[in-house]
Design a protein. Structure first.
Length: 115
């Protein structure tokens, strides 16, 4: 189903893209909003998709299980190093790369211990 975005939403600068409450939305090349009921997947997730989903779930679960002080320290490292990141972004990068040397360099430069 194709529809034009209501003018008050244009005024607010709201753009739609992706799945929102059972509806898939995207913009066409002309700028019109295309929306339709979200369809179920045609085939089940592959083993690789499930492995990657499990990996991301584990990283986020580990982040949420960190103490408030530990999460604040990850944020503080980003602030003191003038990184354009949130502490969560740095934590996810570190978990994916497992590059302790860069985190240790940031710890040394900022004076904040996170590992």
């Amino acid at each position: 189903m194709k529809t034009q975005l209501p003018t008050y939403l244009n005024f607010l600068g709201i753009t739609f893209q992706g799945d929102i409450d059972g509806i898939t939305c995207y913009r066409s090349k002309t700028g019109a909003v295309i929306w339709f009921p979200r369809a179920p997947p045609k085939c089940p997730a592959t083993d690789l998709q499930n492995q990657l989903r499990d990996k991301w779930k584990a990283i986020i679960n580990d982040w949420t299980e960190l103490s408030a002080l530990a999460r604040a320290n990850w944020n503080l490292v980003c602030d003191r190093a003038s990184l354009s990141l949130h502490g969560l972004n740095l934590y996810i990068w570190w978990r994916c790369s497992q590059d302790d040397s860069i985190i240790q360099t940031l710890e040394r430069q900022t004076g904040v211990t996170v590992l």
